[in-house]
Design a protein around this ligand. Structure first.
Ligand SMILES: [Cu+2]
Length: 610
Protein backbone atom coordinates (compact mmCIF):
# COMPACT_ATOMS: atom_id res chain seq x y z
CA UNK A 1 0.00 0.00 0.00
CA UNK A 2 1.37 3.37 -0.90
CA UNK A 3 1.34 6.58 1.02
CA UNK A 4 2.01 9.95 -0.50
CA UNK A 5 4.49 12.53 0.63
CA UNK A 6 2.19 13.97 3.25
CA UNK A 7 2.10 10.76 5.22
CA UNK A 8 -1.61 10.34 4.74
CA UNK A 9 -3.31 7.07 4.05
CA UNK A 10 -4.40 6.76 0.40
CA UNK A 11 -7.37 8.84 -0.70
CA UNK A 12 -9.66 5.85 -1.08
CA UNK A 13 -8.76 3.75 1.92
CA UNK A 14 -9.32 0.06 1.91
CA UNK A 15 -11.43 -1.30 4.70
CA UNK A 16 -8.28 -2.56 6.35
CA UNK A 17 -6.72 0.88 6.39
CA UNK A 18 -9.96 2.34 7.67
CA UNK A 19 -9.98 -0.06 10.60
CA UNK A 20 -6.30 0.59 11.27
CA UNK A 21 -7.01 4.29 11.52
CA UNK A 22 -9.86 3.78 13.91
CA UNK A 23 -7.87 1.51 16.14
CA UNK A 24 -5.50 4.35 16.96
CA UNK A 25 -7.89 6.50 18.94
CA UNK A 26 -9.75 5.32 22.00
CA UNK A 27 -12.58 7.73 21.45
CA UNK A 28 -12.94 6.62 17.88
CA UNK A 29 -13.36 2.96 18.65
CA UNK A 30 -16.82 1.63 17.98
CA UNK A 31 -18.20 4.86 16.60
CA UNK A 32 -17.74 4.21 12.92
CA UNK A 33 -16.60 7.67 11.96
CA UNK A 34 -15.52 9.35 15.11
CA UNK A 35 -17.18 12.60 14.33
CA UNK A 36 -19.71 13.94 11.87
CA UNK A 37 -19.62 17.68 12.45
CA UNK A 38 -20.85 18.74 9.04
CA UNK A 39 -23.84 16.48 9.34
CA UNK A 40 -24.62 17.14 12.96
CA UNK A 41 -26.26 20.50 12.51
CA UNK A 42 -27.73 20.59 15.99
CA UNK A 43 -25.64 17.95 17.67
CA UNK A 44 -23.38 18.54 20.62
CA UNK A 45 -19.73 18.74 19.60
CA UNK A 46 -17.35 16.87 21.81
CA UNK A 47 -15.19 19.10 24.04
CA UNK A 48 -11.45 19.21 23.46
CA UNK A 49 -9.65 16.29 25.02
CA UNK A 50 -7.50 17.74 27.80
CA UNK A 51 -4.30 16.27 29.23
CA UNK A 52 -2.54 17.90 32.16
CA UNK A 53 0.41 17.25 34.43
CA UNK A 54 4.10 16.74 33.62
CA UNK A 55 4.09 13.36 31.90
CA UNK A 56 2.38 12.76 28.57
CA UNK A 57 1.96 10.06 25.96
CA UNK A 58 0.92 11.19 22.51
CA UNK A 59 0.30 8.87 19.62
CA UNK A 60 0.35 10.15 16.04
CA UNK A 61 -1.77 8.11 13.68
CA UNK A 62 -4.24 8.08 10.83
CA UNK A 63 -7.98 8.49 11.43
CA UNK A 64 -10.97 8.98 9.20
CA UNK A 65 -12.89 12.23 9.66
CA UNK A 66 -15.93 13.77 8.02
CA UNK A 67 -16.27 17.55 7.82
CA UNK A 68 -18.03 17.77 4.47
CA UNK A 69 -20.19 14.71 4.13
CA UNK A 70 -17.32 12.59 2.87
CA UNK A 71 -15.06 10.41 5.00
CA UNK A 72 -11.47 11.51 4.52
CA UNK A 73 -8.15 10.52 6.06
CA UNK A 74 -6.57 12.78 8.66
CA UNK A 75 -3.40 12.72 10.74
CA UNK A 76 -4.43 12.86 14.37
CA UNK A 77 -2.98 12.70 17.88
CA UNK A 78 -4.55 10.15 20.25
CA UNK A 79 -7.28 9.80 17.61
CA UNK A 80 -8.52 13.37 17.83
CA UNK A 81 -8.52 16.48 15.66
CA UNK A 82 -7.49 18.94 16.99
CA UNK A 83 -4.85 17.14 19.03
CA UNK A 84 -5.45 17.09 22.81
CA UNK A 85 -5.20 20.32 24.78
CA UNK A 86 -2.02 20.10 26.83
CA UNK A 87 -2.12 21.91 30.17
CA UNK A 88 1.30 22.64 31.54
CA UNK A 89 2.58 24.78 34.40
CA UNK A 90 5.30 27.41 34.28
CA UNK A 91 8.49 26.14 35.92
CA UNK A 92 7.57 22.47 35.51
CA UNK A 93 9.70 20.08 33.52
CA UNK A 94 7.44 18.19 31.13
CA UNK A 95 8.15 14.86 29.50
CA UNK A 96 6.21 14.07 26.33
CA UNK A 97 6.64 10.69 24.66
CA UNK A 98 5.47 10.95 21.05
CA UNK A 99 4.88 7.67 19.24
CA UNK A 100 4.60 7.71 15.46
CA UNK A 101 2.03 5.10 14.43
CA UNK A 102 1.84 6.25 10.83
CA UNK A 103 2.81 3.38 8.55
CA UNK A 104 5.11 5.00 6.06
CA UNK A 105 5.87 8.55 7.06
CA UNK A 106 8.23 10.24 9.46
CA UNK A 107 6.56 12.65 11.83
CA UNK A 108 7.38 15.34 14.39
CA UNK A 109 5.85 17.74 16.87
CA UNK A 110 7.00 21.33 17.21
CA UNK A 111 5.97 23.31 20.33
CA UNK A 112 5.15 26.67 18.81
CA UNK A 113 6.42 29.65 20.79
CA UNK A 114 7.85 27.56 23.62
CA UNK A 115 11.44 28.34 24.65
CA UNK A 116 13.44 25.12 24.86
CA UNK A 117 16.77 23.52 23.90
CA UNK A 118 17.30 23.26 20.14
CA UNK A 119 17.18 19.45 20.12
CA UNK A 120 13.66 19.52 21.64
CA UNK A 121 12.19 21.88 19.04
CA UNK A 122 10.90 19.16 16.74
CA UNK A 123 12.00 20.39 13.33
CA UNK A 124 13.26 17.50 11.19
CA UNK A 125 16.63 18.27 9.65
CA UNK A 126 17.47 20.95 12.21
CA UNK A 127 16.49 19.73 15.69
CA UNK A 128 16.55 16.01 15.01
CA UNK A 129 15.90 13.44 12.29
CA UNK A 130 12.17 13.28 12.86
CA UNK A 131 10.29 10.34 14.37
CA UNK A 132 10.44 7.23 12.19
CA UNK A 133 7.33 5.09 11.73
CA UNK A 134 6.93 2.83 14.75
CA UNK A 135 9.40 4.86 16.82
CA UNK A 136 8.87 6.99 19.91
CA UNK A 137 10.71 10.23 20.62
CA UNK A 138 10.82 11.64 24.13
CA UNK A 139 10.69 15.40 24.48
CA UNK A 140 11.76 16.85 27.82
CA UNK A 141 12.11 20.53 28.70
CA UNK A 142 11.45 23.02 31.47
CA UNK A 143 8.81 25.69 30.94
CA UNK A 144 10.16 29.22 31.28
CA UNK A 145 6.96 31.04 30.35
CA UNK A 146 3.19 30.98 30.63
CA UNK A 147 0.29 31.67 28.30
CA UNK A 148 -1.58 30.31 25.29
CA UNK A 149 0.42 28.43 22.65
CA UNK A 150 -0.05 25.50 20.31
CA UNK A 151 1.76 22.56 18.78
CA UNK A 152 1.84 21.05 15.33
CA UNK A 153 3.72 18.71 13.04
CA UNK A 154 6.73 20.13 11.23
CA UNK A 155 6.82 17.23 8.75
CA UNK A 156 5.67 17.85 5.20
CA UNK A 157 1.93 18.62 5.14
CA UNK A 158 0.82 16.77 8.28
CA UNK A 159 -0.20 20.01 9.93
CA UNK A 160 -2.74 20.65 7.15
CA UNK A 161 -3.99 17.09 7.58
CA UNK A 162 -4.94 17.67 11.22
CA UNK A 163 -1.84 17.45 13.43
CA UNK A 164 -2.23 20.54 15.59
CA UNK A 165 -3.45 21.19 19.12
CA UNK A 166 -3.59 23.84 21.88
CA UNK A 167 -1.18 24.36 24.77
CA UNK A 168 -1.97 26.32 27.93
CA UNK A 169 0.93 27.03 30.30
CA UNK A 170 -0.49 28.16 33.61
CA UNK A 171 1.46 30.98 35.23
CA UNK A 172 3.13 30.65 38.64
CA UNK A 173 2.01 34.14 39.61
CA UNK A 174 -1.67 35.05 39.19
CA UNK A 175 -2.63 36.64 35.88
CA UNK A 176 -3.02 40.46 35.95
CA UNK A 177 -6.74 40.11 35.24
CA UNK A 178 -9.65 38.13 36.64
CA UNK A 179 -11.83 35.58 34.87
CA UNK A 180 -14.41 33.02 35.95
CA UNK A 181 -14.19 30.54 33.12
CA UNK A 182 -12.08 29.94 30.05
CA UNK A 183 -12.47 28.40 26.59
CA UNK A 184 -9.89 27.62 23.95
CA UNK A 185 -11.01 28.74 20.48
CA UNK A 186 -8.73 27.01 17.99
CA UNK A 187 -9.34 28.06 14.38
CA UNK A 188 -8.13 25.98 11.46
CA UNK A 189 -8.64 25.16 7.79
CA UNK A 190 -9.53 21.68 6.61
CA UNK A 191 -9.40 20.33 3.07
CA UNK A 192 -10.76 17.04 1.75
CA UNK A 193 -7.89 17.09 -0.73
CA UNK A 194 -4.65 15.35 -0.05
CA UNK A 195 -2.46 18.29 1.05
CA UNK A 196 0.41 17.14 -1.16
CA UNK A 197 -1.93 17.23 -4.15
CA UNK A 198 -3.13 20.68 -3.10
CA UNK A 199 0.47 21.91 -3.07
CA UNK A 200 1.03 20.48 -6.55
CA UNK A 201 -2.15 22.22 -7.71
CA UNK A 202 -0.80 25.53 -6.40
CA UNK A 203 2.45 25.00 -8.28
CA UNK A 204 0.51 24.26 -11.47
CA UNK A 205 -2.17 26.95 -11.17
CA UNK A 206 -1.65 29.38 -8.33
CA UNK A 207 -4.88 31.28 -8.98
CA UNK A 208 -7.11 28.19 -8.96
CA UNK A 209 -9.14 29.44 -5.99
CA UNK A 210 -9.35 33.00 -7.24
CA UNK A 211 -12.63 33.22 -9.08
CA UNK A 212 -12.92 36.93 -8.71
CA UNK A 213 -11.56 38.40 -11.90
CA UNK A 214 -13.02 41.85 -12.19
CA UNK A 215 -15.81 42.26 -14.70
CA UNK A 216 -16.68 44.70 -17.49
CA UNK A 217 -19.33 46.10 -15.15
CA UNK A 218 -16.67 46.87 -12.54
CA UNK A 219 -14.64 48.60 -15.23
CA UNK A 220 -17.52 50.84 -16.30
CA UNK A 221 -18.27 51.72 -12.68
CA UNK A 222 -14.64 52.55 -11.92
CA UNK A 223 -14.32 54.58 -15.12
CA UNK A 224 -17.39 56.60 -14.18
CA UNK A 225 -16.00 57.25 -10.74
CA UNK A 226 -12.31 57.70 -11.41
CA UNK A 227 -12.27 58.75 -15.04
CA UNK A 228 -11.42 56.59 -18.02
CA UNK A 229 -7.70 57.25 -18.21
CA UNK A 230 -7.13 56.59 -14.52
CA UNK A 231 -9.07 53.35 -14.81
CA UNK A 232 -7.18 52.19 -17.88
CA UNK A 233 -3.94 53.11 -16.19
CA UNK A 234 -4.89 51.14 -13.09
CA UNK A 235 -5.87 48.05 -15.11
CA UNK A 236 -2.65 48.23 -17.06
CA UNK A 237 -0.64 48.31 -13.87
CA UNK A 238 -2.44 45.29 -12.49
CA UNK A 239 -1.90 43.51 -15.78
CA UNK A 240 1.80 44.20 -15.59
CA UNK A 241 1.86 42.78 -12.12
CA UNK A 242 0.16 39.62 -13.35
CA UNK A 243 -2.43 39.72 -10.67
CA UNK A 244 -5.94 40.90 -9.97
CA UNK A 245 -6.73 43.16 -7.05
CA UNK A 246 -8.90 40.48 -5.50
CA UNK A 247 -6.05 37.96 -5.04
CA UNK A 248 -6.12 38.03 -1.27
CA UNK A 249 -5.18 34.49 -0.39
CA UNK A 250 -3.77 31.54 -2.29
CA UNK A 251 -6.30 29.04 -1.03
CA UNK A 252 -9.72 29.96 0.31
CA UNK A 253 -13.21 28.75 1.19
CA UNK A 254 -13.64 27.12 -2.21
CA UNK A 255 -11.14 24.54 -1.07
CA UNK A 256 -11.30 24.84 2.71
CA UNK A 257 -13.85 24.10 5.39
CA UNK A 258 -13.05 26.38 8.30
CA UNK A 259 -13.12 24.78 11.73
CA UNK A 260 -13.54 26.03 15.28
CA UNK A 261 -12.16 23.53 17.80
CA UNK A 262 -12.35 20.87 15.12
CA UNK A 263 -16.02 21.56 14.35
CA UNK A 264 -17.38 22.70 11.00
CA UNK A 265 -19.77 25.71 10.94
CA UNK A 266 -22.85 23.50 10.78
CA UNK A 267 -21.74 21.73 13.96
CA UNK A 268 -21.72 25.04 15.88
CA UNK A 269 -19.10 24.48 18.57
CA UNK A 270 -20.55 25.94 21.77
CA UNK A 271 -18.81 27.25 24.87
CA UNK A 272 -20.96 27.80 27.93
CA UNK A 273 -21.22 30.77 30.26
CA UNK A 274 -23.36 31.81 33.21
CA UNK A 275 -24.77 35.34 33.16
CA UNK A 276 -22.44 37.73 34.98
CA UNK A 277 -19.32 35.65 34.37
CA UNK A 278 -16.12 36.99 32.87
CA UNK A 279 -14.90 34.59 30.20
CA UNK A 280 -11.33 34.23 28.95
CA UNK A 281 -11.23 33.11 25.32
CA UNK A 282 -7.88 31.75 24.18
CA UNK A 283 -7.88 32.22 20.41
CA UNK A 284 -5.32 30.21 18.44
CA UNK A 285 -4.96 30.30 14.66
CA UNK A 286 -3.82 26.77 13.86
CA UNK A 287 -4.52 27.12 10.14
CA UNK A 288 -2.18 26.10 7.40
CA UNK A 289 -2.96 29.14 5.22
CA UNK A 290 -5.89 31.20 6.54
CA UNK A 291 -6.00 34.62 8.19
CA UNK A 292 -9.23 35.07 10.16
CA UNK A 293 -11.12 38.25 11.10
CA UNK A 294 -12.87 37.50 14.38
CA UNK A 295 -15.73 39.18 16.18
CA UNK A 296 -18.56 38.37 18.59
CA UNK A 297 -21.49 40.59 17.54
CA UNK A 298 -22.97 42.27 20.61
CA UNK A 299 -19.84 41.91 22.75
CA UNK A 300 -16.72 43.98 23.24
CA UNK A 301 -13.52 41.97 23.45
CA UNK A 302 -10.65 43.02 25.72
CA UNK A 303 -7.38 41.61 24.45
CA UNK A 304 -5.04 40.85 27.38
CA UNK A 305 -2.30 38.73 25.80
CA UNK A 306 -0.72 38.23 22.39
CA UNK A 307 1.31 35.12 21.53
CA UNK A 308 1.06 34.09 25.20
CA UNK A 309 2.53 37.32 26.58
CA UNK A 310 0.60 39.89 28.59
CA UNK A 311 -0.23 43.22 27.00
CA UNK A 312 -1.88 46.38 28.27
CA UNK A 313 -5.58 45.53 27.90
CA UNK A 314 -7.11 46.89 24.71
CA UNK A 315 -10.82 46.74 23.96
CA UNK A 316 -11.96 46.10 20.39
CA UNK A 317 -14.91 44.89 18.31
CA UNK A 318 -12.81 42.78 15.97
CA UNK A 319 -9.32 41.40 15.40
CA UNK A 320 -7.40 39.85 12.55
CA UNK A 321 -5.41 36.81 13.63
CA UNK A 322 -2.58 35.70 11.35
CA UNK A 323 -1.63 32.06 11.02
CA UNK A 324 0.13 30.82 14.18
CA UNK A 325 -0.75 33.82 16.35
CA UNK A 326 -2.64 33.53 19.63
CA UNK A 327 -4.73 36.20 21.37
CA UNK A 328 -6.28 35.96 24.84
CA UNK A 329 -9.51 37.89 25.04
CA UNK A 330 -11.88 38.72 27.92
CA UNK A 331 -15.62 39.00 27.30
CA UNK A 332 -18.57 39.59 29.62
CA UNK A 333 -21.66 38.17 27.94
CA UNK A 334 -24.80 40.03 28.98
CA UNK A 335 -28.21 40.82 27.58
CA UNK A 336 -28.70 37.62 25.60
CA UNK A 337 -28.52 33.85 26.02
CA UNK A 338 -26.24 33.28 23.05
CA UNK A 339 -23.57 35.10 21.05
CA UNK A 340 -22.00 34.04 17.76
CA UNK A 341 -18.22 33.76 17.57
CA UNK A 342 -17.72 34.65 13.93
CA UNK A 343 -14.39 34.17 12.17
CA UNK A 344 -14.51 35.02 8.46
CA UNK A 345 -11.48 34.41 6.31
CA UNK A 346 -9.61 37.50 5.08
CA UNK A 347 -10.78 36.91 1.50
CA UNK A 348 -14.45 36.68 2.59
CA UNK A 349 -14.99 33.26 1.08
CA UNK A 350 -16.20 31.47 4.20
CA UNK A 351 -16.09 31.37 7.96
CA UNK A 352 -15.61 29.32 11.07
CA UNK A 353 -18.21 29.93 13.72
CA UNK A 354 -19.28 28.84 17.13
CA UNK A 355 -21.44 30.09 19.97
CA UNK A 356 -21.08 31.34 23.51
CA UNK A 357 -24.30 30.36 25.22
CA UNK A 358 -25.99 29.67 28.55
CA UNK A 359 -26.81 26.15 27.33
CA UNK A 360 -26.09 23.84 24.40
CA UNK A 361 -28.22 23.96 21.28
CA UNK A 362 -28.70 27.71 20.85
CA UNK A 363 -28.11 29.21 17.39
CA UNK A 364 -27.66 32.98 17.37
CA UNK A 365 -27.76 34.60 13.91
CA UNK A 366 -24.52 34.42 11.93
CA UNK A 367 -23.64 37.74 10.26
CA UNK A 368 -23.18 37.84 6.49
CA UNK A 369 -19.65 37.86 5.09
CA UNK A 370 -18.24 41.36 4.64
CA UNK A 371 -17.72 42.62 1.08
CA UNK A 372 -14.65 41.19 -0.61
CA UNK A 373 -11.71 43.54 -0.10
CA UNK A 374 -9.63 44.72 -3.04
CA UNK A 375 -5.91 45.20 -2.80
CA UNK A 376 -4.83 48.74 -3.54
CA UNK A 377 -1.52 49.84 -4.97
CA UNK A 378 -0.76 51.26 -1.54
CA UNK A 379 -1.25 47.80 -0.03
CA UNK A 380 1.65 46.71 -2.11
CA UNK A 381 4.16 49.36 -1.44
CA UNK A 382 3.39 51.26 -4.62
CA UNK A 383 1.53 54.07 -2.93
CA UNK A 384 0.54 56.97 -5.14
CA UNK A 385 1.84 55.45 -8.34
CA UNK A 386 -1.37 55.96 -10.27
CA UNK A 387 -1.26 59.68 -9.72
CA UNK A 388 2.29 60.94 -9.83
CA UNK A 389 4.53 61.29 -12.80
CA UNK A 390 6.25 57.99 -12.12
CA UNK A 391 7.20 56.00 -15.17
CA UNK A 392 5.34 52.74 -14.94
CA UNK A 393 8.02 51.14 -17.00
CA UNK A 394 9.84 51.01 -13.70
CA UNK A 395 7.54 48.22 -12.72
CA UNK A 396 9.09 45.91 -15.21
CA UNK A 397 11.50 45.08 -12.52
CA UNK A 398 14.01 43.44 -14.72
CA UNK A 399 14.44 46.76 -16.45
CA UNK A 400 15.35 48.50 -13.26
CA UNK A 401 19.00 48.59 -12.57
CA UNK A 402 19.26 48.11 -8.85
CA UNK A 403 22.94 47.39 -8.88
CA UNK A 404 23.63 50.88 -10.10
CA UNK A 405 21.94 52.17 -7.00
CA UNK A 406 24.84 50.94 -4.97
CA UNK A 407 22.91 48.75 -2.58
CA UNK A 408 24.16 45.37 -3.52
CA UNK A 409 24.13 43.66 -0.15
CA UNK A 410 21.31 44.89 1.97
CA UNK A 411 20.87 41.48 3.51
CA UNK A 412 24.18 41.82 5.32
CA UNK A 413 24.57 43.77 8.51
CA UNK A 414 24.18 47.05 7.10
CA UNK A 415 26.17 50.02 6.26
CA UNK A 416 23.31 51.00 3.99
CA UNK A 417 20.93 51.23 6.85
CA UNK A 418 22.81 53.68 8.94
CA UNK A 419 21.78 56.37 6.54
CA UNK A 420 18.17 55.38 6.86
CA UNK A 421 18.02 55.49 10.60
CA UNK A 422 17.01 52.11 11.86
CA UNK A 423 14.10 49.87 11.15
CA UNK A 424 12.58 52.10 8.58
CA UNK A 425 10.90 54.44 10.98
CA UNK A 426 11.46 57.32 8.63
CA UNK A 427 9.75 55.39 5.92
CA UNK A 428 6.29 56.72 6.35
CA UNK A 429 7.38 60.18 5.46
CA UNK A 430 9.31 58.87 2.51
CA UNK A 431 8.09 59.67 -0.91
CA UNK A 432 9.56 57.45 -3.56
CA UNK A 433 9.39 60.23 -6.12
CA UNK A 434 11.77 62.16 -3.90
CA UNK A 435 14.40 59.47 -4.09
CA UNK A 436 13.37 57.48 -1.00
CA UNK A 437 12.69 54.24 -2.76
CA UNK A 438 13.16 50.97 -0.97
CA UNK A 439 16.49 49.31 -1.75
CA UNK A 440 16.70 45.65 -2.63
CA UNK A 441 19.28 42.90 -2.29
CA UNK A 442 21.24 42.06 -5.42
CA UNK A 443 19.90 38.50 -5.32
CA UNK A 444 16.47 39.82 -6.30
CA UNK A 445 17.66 41.50 -9.46
CA UNK A 446 16.80 39.62 -12.63
CA UNK A 447 15.67 36.71 -10.47
CA UNK A 448 13.03 34.52 -12.15
CA UNK A 449 11.57 33.71 -8.72
CA UNK A 450 10.84 37.37 -7.96
CA UNK A 451 7.91 39.01 -9.73
CA UNK A 452 7.68 42.21 -7.75
CA UNK A 453 9.58 44.65 -5.57
CA UNK A 454 7.95 47.15 -3.29
CA UNK A 455 9.17 50.71 -3.52
CA UNK A 456 7.39 52.66 -0.83
CA UNK A 457 6.97 50.91 2.48
CA UNK A 458 6.10 51.68 6.08
CA UNK A 459 5.54 49.67 9.27
CA UNK A 460 1.81 50.57 9.22
CA UNK A 461 1.41 49.29 12.79
CA UNK A 462 -1.83 51.25 13.21
CA UNK A 463 -3.39 50.00 9.98
CA UNK A 464 -6.17 47.45 10.61
CA UNK A 465 -5.35 45.94 7.22
CA UNK A 466 -7.16 45.44 3.98
CA UNK A 467 -10.87 44.80 4.30
CA UNK A 468 -10.94 46.13 7.88
CA UNK A 469 -10.38 49.82 7.33
CA UNK A 470 -13.32 52.12 8.05
CA UNK A 471 -15.74 49.23 8.59
CA UNK A 472 -17.44 51.00 11.48
CA UNK A 473 -15.88 48.68 14.07
CA UNK A 474 -12.90 49.14 16.36
CA UNK A 475 -10.30 46.77 15.00
CA UNK A 476 -7.17 45.56 16.81
CA UNK A 477 -3.79 46.57 15.38
CA UNK A 478 -0.20 45.79 16.37
CA UNK A 479 0.13 49.47 17.23
CA UNK A 480 -2.67 49.18 19.79
CA UNK A 481 -1.02 46.23 21.56
CA UNK A 482 1.81 47.02 23.93
CA UNK A 483 3.63 44.50 26.11
CA UNK A 484 2.81 44.84 29.79
CA UNK A 485 6.57 44.84 30.51
CA UNK A 486 9.57 46.88 29.38
CA UNK A 487 12.12 45.53 26.93
CA UNK A 488 13.29 42.37 28.77
CA UNK A 489 16.77 42.76 27.26
CA UNK A 490 17.25 46.50 27.45
CA UNK A 491 20.24 46.70 25.12
CA UNK A 492 20.10 48.54 21.83
CA UNK A 493 20.60 46.17 18.89
CA UNK A 494 24.28 45.92 18.01
CA UNK A 495 23.61 44.74 14.49
CA UNK A 496 20.89 44.74 11.89
CA UNK A 497 19.91 42.20 9.27
CA UNK A 498 17.40 43.02 6.57
CA UNK A 499 15.55 40.27 4.75
CA UNK A 500 13.07 40.66 1.93
CA UNK A 501 9.99 38.48 1.62
CA UNK A 502 9.90 37.57 -2.04
CA UNK A 503 7.81 35.54 -4.40
CA UNK A 504 6.48 34.84 -7.81
CA UNK A 505 2.72 34.44 -7.80
CA UNK A 506 2.31 32.47 -11.01
CA UNK A 507 5.11 30.06 -10.20
CA UNK A 508 3.99 29.80 -6.57
CA UNK A 509 7.62 30.41 -5.66
CA UNK A 510 8.28 31.86 -2.18
CA UNK A 511 11.59 32.82 -0.65
CA UNK A 512 13.67 35.28 1.37
CA UNK A 513 15.71 37.64 -0.83
CA UNK A 514 14.76 35.56 -3.87
CA UNK A 515 16.70 32.60 -2.50
CA UNK A 516 15.01 29.36 -1.55
CA UNK A 517 15.76 27.55 1.70
CA UNK A 518 17.54 24.72 -0.07
CA UNK A 519 19.97 27.10 -1.78
CA UNK A 520 21.29 29.30 1.01
CA UNK A 521 23.61 29.36 3.97
CA UNK A 522 22.18 29.75 7.47
CA UNK A 523 21.74 33.18 8.96
CA UNK A 524 24.35 33.25 11.73
CA UNK A 525 23.74 34.96 15.09
CA UNK A 526 26.35 35.44 17.78
CA UNK A 527 25.40 33.84 21.07
CA UNK A 528 24.17 36.50 23.48
CA UNK A 529 23.89 39.34 21.00
CA UNK A 530 20.91 41.67 20.73
CA UNK A 531 20.22 42.22 17.07
CA UNK A 532 17.54 43.63 14.83
CA UNK A 533 15.75 41.85 12.02
CA UNK A 534 14.08 44.07 9.42
CA UNK A 535 11.54 42.41 7.15
CA UNK A 536 10.53 44.01 3.86
CA UNK A 537 7.51 42.60 2.06
CA UNK A 538 8.17 42.53 -1.69
CA UNK A 539 5.03 40.50 -2.42
CA UNK A 540 1.32 41.16 -2.60
CA UNK A 541 0.50 38.87 0.30
CA UNK A 542 0.86 38.95 4.04
CA UNK A 543 3.39 36.58 5.58
CA UNK A 544 3.32 35.60 9.28
CA UNK A 545 7.01 35.15 10.05
CA UNK A 546 8.02 32.83 12.87
CA UNK A 547 11.45 32.57 14.46
CA UNK A 548 11.91 29.43 16.54
CA UNK A 549 13.67 29.36 19.89
CA UNK A 550 13.79 33.10 20.62
CA UNK A 551 11.30 35.92 21.01
CA UNK A 552 10.64 38.44 18.28
CA UNK A 553 10.37 41.81 20.09
CA UNK A 554 8.47 44.00 17.61
CA UNK A 555 9.62 47.62 17.50
CA UNK A 556 7.37 50.64 17.18
CA UNK A 557 7.79 53.15 14.38
CA UNK A 558 10.54 54.91 16.34
CA UNK A 559 12.57 51.75 16.78
CA UNK A 560 11.64 51.22 20.43
CA UNK A 561 10.57 47.93 22.02
CA UNK A 562 6.83 47.56 21.61
CA UNK A 563 5.37 44.05 21.62
CA UNK A 564 6.86 40.63 22.38
CA UNK A 565 5.73 38.01 19.84
CA UNK A 566 6.68 34.63 18.39
CA UNK A 567 5.03 35.26 15.04
CA UNK A 568 5.10 38.67 13.36
CA UNK A 569 2.68 39.35 10.53
CA UNK A 570 4.15 41.34 7.66
CA UNK A 571 1.25 42.56 5.49
CA UNK A 572 1.82 43.57 1.86
CA UNK A 573 3.20 47.09 1.57
CA UNK A 574 4.90 46.95 4.97
CA UNK A 575 8.37 46.90 6.41
CA UNK A 576 8.59 45.93 10.08
CA UNK A 577 11.42 45.32 12.50
CA UNK A 578 11.97 43.39 15.68
CA UNK A 579 14.71 42.75 18.18
CA UNK A 580 16.07 39.29 18.90
CA UNK A 581 18.23 38.21 21.83
CA UNK A 582 20.32 35.32 20.52
CA UNK A 583 20.27 33.46 23.82
CA UNK A 584 19.51 29.98 22.48
CA UNK A 585 22.41 28.05 21.01
CA UNK A 586 21.89 25.81 18.03
CA UNK A 587 20.00 25.48 14.80
CA UNK A 588 16.57 27.05 14.50
CA UNK A 589 13.92 27.38 11.83
CA UNK A 590 12.89 30.84 10.61
CA UNK A 591 10.03 30.85 8.17
CA UNK A 592 6.72 32.03 6.84
CA UNK A 593 3.99 30.20 8.74
CA UNK A 594 1.80 29.83 5.66
CA UNK A 595 2.48 26.13 5.26
CA UNK A 596 2.75 26.08 1.48
CA UNK A 597 4.94 29.19 1.42
CA UNK A 598 7.35 27.53 3.83
CA UNK A 599 7.30 24.34 1.81
CA UNK A 600 7.94 26.37 -1.37
CA UNK A 601 11.08 27.88 0.16
CA UNK A 602 10.24 30.89 2.35
CA UNK A 603 12.44 29.60 5.15
CA UNK A 604 15.94 30.05 6.52
CA UNK A 605 18.01 28.26 9.08
CA UNK A 606 19.10 30.55 11.90
CA UNK A 607 22.23 29.33 13.67
CA UNK A 608 23.19 30.73 17.05
CA UNK A 609 26.89 30.10 17.64
CA UNK A 610 29.46 30.95 20.30
CU1 LIG B 1 4.28 33.45 3.24
Amino acid sequence: MSTDSSGLPPAAPSRRRFVTGLAVGGLAAGMGLWRLPALAASGTPRPLQTLSGTDFDLSIGGSMVDFTGRARPAVTVNGTLPAPLLRWREGDTVTVRVANRLRNAYSSIHWHGILLPANMDGVPGLSFDGIAPGETFTYKFQLQQSGTYWYHSHSMFQEQAGLYGPIIVEPRAPAPYHYDREHVVLLSDWTDMDPGALFRRMKKNASYDNYYQRTVGDFVRDARRDGLSATVQDRRMWGQMRMTPSDISDINGHTYTFLMNGTAPAGNWTGLFKPGEKILLRFINGSAMTYFDVRIPGLKMTVVAADGQYIHPVTVDEFRIAVAETFDVLVEPAGADAFAIFAQDMGRTGYARGTLAVRQGLQPPVPPLDPRPLLTMDDMGHGGMGHGGMDHGGMNHGAMDHSSMGHGSTSQAGTDHAAMGHAGHDMQAMDHSAGGMQQHPASETGNPLVDMQAMSLAPKLDDPGMGLRDNGRTVLTYGAMKSLFDDPDGREPGREVELHLTGHMEKFAWSFDGQKFADVEPLRLNYGERMRIVLVNDTMMGHPIHLHGMWSDLEDENGNFHLRKHTVDIPPGTKRSYRVRADALGRWAFHCHLLYHMEAGMMREVRVEE
